[in-house]
Design a binder for this molecule. Structure first.
Ligand code: SF4
Ligand code: SF4
Length: 468
């Protein structure tokens, strides 16, 4: 009784319900064949996608080709990942075949070097993510180019192998994987968390198997320590600590979405920049799906593109627009982040503007997620309709649905407004927990409010244009 009381005071969370206690779930997770089996299934799916992707003609619009790889990745996997984030957080990482390939490499050979200290941040992943989506439309065309989609997957699989062979633990998942990065930041909003049940039990446990590993399970592959975990970002849900902890002290609990925004004291510039970057890039991408917006951008680019230079004609025709698109994205992102920075500086005298900017940027995670979801709405519907049609065909039925662009426009606007409201709410909660909050809360809310209204205004302008 006293033990429980002390734990609750010390921990405040050991009364939480534990999904691992549901039926045989803990035993399943602890079974040493379960995770490899899941990884193997997804690895086989990955191989099939690679095979069909590399066998296809390059551009589905002009050459026909096999759309299997692009449909599986961009219409099913990526939108499903985005839309299940709130419920499942980073649970995908448990199943991910690319991370598993890195693991398998390590079990055969690894130099086990420590990942360099100066690169222990998320900047490489941030740049990779923003570059892939900024350059998608005119340079890589992943969504309509199956071989390029397959090459992208091969690139990251190769990187996971190389990093597994050189570095210890899951350095690829922790520092490089752009999907892991985005899942990590958005999983701060998710409705589940993996934590220790009792911090007191951890404190009193001399042999910390979650850190050093044991025969039952590995040491945490991303360097997390359950006793001090206060946010979801880096935990890849591998469940090794569930296996290794001899005290049975790990729980997987449902919670209020967004709890990490309030509970976490950690804030980093790379994540703050990503949050703004996602808003700007995906608003821009949605703009490029609308003729009026696209014409403005294309006319601007044409007016400054030296297409009459004969020697470099192909280069300019193919890549000039994209180079400009990337530059415009970068400028807009920096501009948006700069706006936030300036309003934070103007409003909060005597505080570190940089730190304030970073902390308040986390309030924009809901808006960032809503824009990310809005961009994936069309693809999610396309993917779900594809699955329904395929199931229909299997049963000899015709289950066909047409995508209504007006409906998509409305859904995107609803998402945008929901993200805006949650961002204001998150801004209020974050401001409240800052030191000296009474004086600062008003100033912080002005900084968050101004930037959120600018994003909302640009978003509404773009999303009220008809989709072509
Ligand atoms: S092994 Fe379990 S009890 Fe020990 S420190 Fe890790 S999570 Fe806590
Ligand atoms: S060992 Fe535990 S804390 Fe570490 S990544 Fe895996 S599930 Fe998360």
């Amino acid at each position: 009784m006293n033990q429980n009381k002390n734990d609750t005071e010390n921990n405040g969370n050991n009364e939480k319900s534990d999904l691992l206690d549901v039926y045989f779930f803990r035993n399943l997770v602890k079974n040493r064949f379960f995770k490899p089996a899941v990884n193997l299934i997804f690895f086989i799916v990955l191989l099939i996608i690679l095979y069909f992707g590399l066998s296809s003609e390059p551009d589905l619009r002009f050459h026909g080709g096999i759309p299997f790889a692009t449909t599986m990745i961009w219409d099913i996997w990526h939108p499903l990942l985005a839309f299940t984030l709130i419920l499942l957080g980073r649970l995908w990482c448990f199943a991910c075949p690319i991370g598993a390939v890195g693991d398998w490499t390590q079990s055969v050979f690894s130099l086990k070097k420590k990942y360099p200290e100066k690169y222990r941040n998320l900047w490489i992943a941030v740049i990779l993510f923003l570059f892939i989506f900024a350059a998608e439309r005119h340079l890589f065309m992943f969504t309509r180019n199956p071989p390029n989609t397959a090459l992208l997957l091969l690139f990251f699989t190769g990187l996971a192998v190389v990093m597994g062979a050189v570095y210890e633990k899951r350095s690829f998942c922790r520092y490089i994987c752009p999907i892991g990065l985005v899942l990590g930041v958005f999983s701060m909003l998710s409705a589940i968390e993996l934590r220790c049940k009792s911090k007191k039990t951890c404190q009193e446990h001399n042999i910390k198997e979650c850190v050093i590993g044991s025969e039952a399970g590995k040491a945490c592959p991303v360097g997390e320590f359950p006793q001090t975990m206060e946010r979801n970002n880096y935990c890849i849900m591998c469940m090794e600590c569930v296996k290794s902890c001899s005290k049975n002290n790990i729980r997987l609990s449902p919670r209020l979405p967004g709890a990490d925004l309030v509970n976490s004291r950690k804030a980093h510039l790379d994540e703050a920049y990503l949050v703004h970057g996602i808003i700007v890039i995906f608003l821009f991408v949605m703009g490029m799906e609308r003729l009026q917006f696209r014409n403005v951008v294309i006319n601007f680019v044409k007016s400054i593109a030296p297409f009459d230079t004969v020697v470099f004609r192909d280069f300019f025709v193919n890549y000039w627009r994209n180079m400009w698109a990337i530059l415009i994205f970068a400028a807009l992102t920096l501009g948006a982040a700069g706006l936030m920075y300036l309003s934070a500086r103007a409003s909060i005298p005597g505080k570190s503007t940089r730190q304030k900017f970073i902390e308040l940027s986390y309030a924009f995670i809901p808006l960032s997620l809503s824009v990310y979801l809005a961009e994936n709405t069309f693809r999610l519907l396309k993917g779900l309709f594809f699955i329904t049609e395929t199931i229909g065909k299997f049963f000899g039925r015709v289950w066909e649905f047409a995508i209504n662009f007006d409906t998509i426009n409305h859904l995107q606007l609803i998402l945008l407004f929901a993200g805006f409201l949650f961002t204001l709410w998150a801004g209020y909660l974050i401001s409240k927990k800052l030191p000296d909050s009474k004086n600062e809360i008003q100033h912080s809310m002005i900084a968050v409010g101004i930037t959120a209204v600018v994003y909302l205004f640009i978003g509404v302008k773009i999303l009220t244009l008809p989709i072509i």
